[in-house]
Design a protein around this ligand. Structure first.
Ligand code: T4K
Length: 408
């Protein structure tokens, strides 16, 4: 934590020496915890049954609940979304080059590179932060076999435009839906678009199963392959009919997932209320805009994403993040600096950034702020107050930061 040794006179910012606004760290992605009684009752049931993994009854129940909620034929639970993506792209026979957004979590690209499929980075539409269908086509080569697009922040990709391109150019299409459980596009739940979609139930996600994820699809043959691959390719005792891995979700995760799922309406309401509170509290701060969710769609409001315009805000994104961290608000810069600037992609494609101007610009502006059940409207008001005071004391903040060793 960055703190001055002697408080600047008249300042109430921790960066300038005052006590932090929050005595304990406020994290982005603090897990939502469901009803503990139900959780522990299910744990007891699992222990009494002595069935801990391998397609147990809680996993099956969780899969049925997911499939029904999303209106899809198949939901296959997995140990995490990264392995889920690896399995799904392999089951769908992606090869050669696959077009992915540069603005996503690194796992989207790693899931391809891990199996020697080349991710090719495409730019975003700055209005949605999602892959831009128009810019995407320039990356298609004879080696391209598929598009793997992310519904960033749970806001739906341009699913119709992507489906049209995929069909016209003979490409497969799949979605990284890690952020998008409970979200819709055109009124249809995310989960049924493309060949398959992959959700994350990581601890930091809106719906969590400690670690976990699910692959959803309406394709029966693909679902069957995914199920096989998730369990080493076994169909029976001693009988393996396919290449596979261990992607199974354990019963403990399904218990957490089911219990979280039962509280989903309340979770969405909490996030929506928090989002609204941020919108009100941040209104009028120069150069700071809160990313909106389309009120006509269903959303989980899991990410509070702020963009800082460096030409208007008295402090830029990095300066504001340092102010927030000093106050114990551990805001994040997702997905800075863009996957194309992370290894191994940075070395493999050193010039990728030249075709990614919007990703470069937006990734340098984004701050993700804490939300979820761990955050109240009062806390949100105080976070906004920190940003307001920082902007008011911009000159002192900048001077102070200039005197400190550089940090990323
Ligand atoms: N695709 C996309 C688009 C994704 O965003 C992700 C994951 C994936 C694929 C892959 O899904 P999984 O394989 O994970 O299922 C976090 C999460 O680890 C990651 O799941 C997530 N996206 C990404 C956006 O955020 P980090 O490295 O920022 O996580 P970490 O450990 O810093 O956690 C964030 C904060 O949450 C911490 O500051 C502390 C707090 N926290 C975390 C955990 C685990 C808690 O308070 N309690 C906890 O138990 O990546």
């Amino acid at each position: 934590m960055t703190q001055a040794s002697t408080p600047s006179p008249g300042s109430d910012l921790a960066l300038l020496g005052s006590a932090p606004a929050f005595s304990a760290p406020l994290h982005v992605g603090r897990p939502n915890i469901g009803d503990r009684e139900r959780l522990f009752a299910r744990f007891n049931e699992m222990l009494d049954r002595r069935w801990l993994s391998n397609n147990g009854p809680f996993v099956q129940q969780f899969e049925r609940a997911i499939a029904e909620y999303l209106g899809v034929r198949h939901a296959i639970c997995v140990c995490n979304a990264t392995v889920g993506l690896e399995i799904a792209v392999r089951a769908a026979d992606f090869r050669g080059e696959v077009i992915v957004p540069a603005y996503t979590f690194v796992a989207t690209a790693h899931a391809l590179q891990w199996q020697e499929i080349t991710p090719v980075f495409a730019d975003m539409d700055p209005a949605t932060h999602n892959i831009d269908p128009e810019r995407l086509e320039r990356h298609i080569t004879p080696r391209t076999t598929a598009i793997l697009a992310t519904h960033v922040w749970g806001r739906p990709c341009a699913v119709e435009a992507l489906a049209e391109i995929a069909q016209r150019r003979g490409l497969k299409l799949m979605y990284d839906a890690a952020h998008a459980f409970g979200c819709s596009s055109g009124g249809r739940m995310i989960g049924g678009f493309g060949l398959a979609e992959v959700f994350s139930f990581h601890a930091t996600k809106f719906l969590n199963s400690f670690e976990g994820g699910a692959i959803t699809t309406n394709d029966d043959a693909l679902a069957a392959r995914i199920r096989l691959m998730t369990n080493f390719g076994f169909v029976d005792f001693d009988k393996v009919v396919h290449i596979g891995t261990n992607g199974k979700m354990p019963e403990s995760s399904a218990i957490m997932g089911l219990t979280s799922f039962e509280g989903i309406v309340g979770l969405i309401e909490t996030n929506r209320r928090n989002h609204e509170a941020y919108r009100t509290s941040l209104a009028g701060l120069p150069g700071i805009s809160l990313t909106a969710y389309d009120p006509r769609e269903r959303g989980n409001y899991q990410y509070v994403v702020v963009e800082v315009d460096p030409d208007v805000s008295p402090l830029n994104r990095d300066e504001l993040v340092r102010v927030l961290h000093a106050e114990n608000v551990l805001a994040r810069k997702y997905f800075w600096p863009g996957v194309h600037r992370m290894e191994p992609y940075r070395s493999l494609f050193p010039h990728a950034y030249l075709l990614l101007p919007e990703t470069e610009r937006v990734a340098a502006r984004v701050i993700v702020l804490p939300t979820g059940t761990a955050v109240s409207e009062e806390i949100i008001g105080r976070i906004a107050g920190v940003l307001r005071r920082a902007q008011e004391q911009a000159e002192a903040v900048r001077e102070h930061l200039a005197a400190l060793p550089a940090r990323t």
